[in-house]
Design a protein around this ligand. Sequence first.
Ligand SMILES: Cc1cc2nc3c(=O)[nH]c(=O)nc-3n(C[C@H](O)[C@H](O)[C@H](O)COP(=O)(O)OP(=O)(O)OC[C@H]3O[C@@H](n4cnc5c(N)ncnc54)[C@H](O)[C@@H]3O)c2cc1C
Length: 305
Amino acid sequence: MYDVLISGGGPAGMTAAIYAARAGLSTLMLTGPAQGGQVAYTNVVENYPGFSSVYGFDLAQKLAQHVDSAGVKAVAESAESLELSGPVKTVRSNQTTYSAKAVILAQGTERRKLNVPGETEFAGRGVSYCATCDGNFFRNKTVAVIGGGNTAVGDAIELSALCKKVFVVNRGEKLRAMEYLVDRAKEHDNIEFVFRHVTEEIRGSSQVEHLVLKQRESGTEKILDVDGVFVAIGVLPNTGLLEGILPLKDGFAEAPETCETSIPGVFAAGDLRRKALYQIVTAVADGANAAHSALLYLQNHPAAK
Ligand SMILES: Cc1cc2nc3c(=O)[nH]c(=O)nc-3n(C[C@H](O)[C@H](O)[C@H](O)COP(=O)(O)OP(=O)(O)OC[C@H]3O[C@@H](n4cnc5c(N)ncnc54)[C@H](O)[C@@H]3O)c2cc1C
C-alpha cells in the first residue's frame, strides 16, 4: 500500500509527486497516456517563471527528471476505476489494482471536439488536435485552425512557419486570445482570419480536402480548400471516471486552494480542478498544495496512517 497515489503525470501530478516524496511519503504516480501532460505538446512556453522561453517538451522532461530523482515510482498506466470512500483507496488500471491511503487526482484535460460530420472519419488523416505534434505533416500545405483563443492563435502562428497558408476560423467577430498573440499572428501574411463562421462539415476522399463553413447571420455556405484542420476550441476535463464519485461542475472537480475534495483523503489538482486560470504555474501550485494537504491528512488520520 502506498501513502499517496497520484493519477496524472502532467505538471500538477509531477509536482505533487515531488512534494509528496520529499515529505517522506511512499508515492506512486500513474502517468496516463502522456507523461508531461499538455506541456509536452506545447511548442514554446514564455510565461513560466524562471524561463523566459522554453520548449514545452524540454520543460516536461525537466519535470520528469525531477520526479525521478525524488524517488517517485512512475508507471505508464491509466486509472480506469476508483474506490475512494474508505480509509484505503483503490485505483485500478488496465493492468494492476493499487491501494493507497490518499489519492491526488491530476488527470488534466483533453481537447474539445467539434462534433461535425467528417471529424472522426478524418482524425489522423488531416484532422488534428495538436499543432506541435502534427504541424510538420502539413509543410507547404494549406490548413485551417478552428477557434479564437490562445491555443488557436498560438497554433496558427506555429503553423504559419510551416504551411503555405493558415486560415483561422472563429465563430465570433473578435479573437479571445491575449493581445500579444493576436498582434504576433497579424504580422504573418500567410494567416487569414475568417470571422463569424461556424464549422459545418469536414470533407475529403482519403484525406481532408474541404472545410465547409456557414456564415452565422446569413447562413451562406463557404468552402475552404484545405489539407488539414486543427481543432482548438477548448478543453474538457478528464473527469469521466469521477462521475457519481465526486461532485463535478461543468465536468470540473470542485476543491478549494487546499485541493481537498468532499471525500477525506482525496485531492484534486491542476486543470481538472475548477478555477480561474488554467496554466502550468497554477497546475504546479495545485500539485504542491495537494501534496501538502495529503501529508496533513495522513498526520491527522492515524487510522489511515
Ligand atoms: C496547446 C497548449 C499550449 C499551452 N501553453 C501554455 C503556456 O504557454 N503556458 C502555460 O502556463 N500553460 C499553457 N498551457 C496550459 C498548460 O499546459 C496546462 O494548464 C497544464 O498542463 C495543466 O497541467 P495538469 O497537470 O493539470 O494537466 P495535463 O497537463 O493535462 O496533464 C494531465 C495528465 O494526466 C494524465 N491522465 C489523463 N487521464 C488519466 C487517467 N485516466 N489516469 C492517469 N493519468 C491520466 C495524462 O497522461 C497527463 O499526464 C497550454 C495548453 C495547451 C493545450
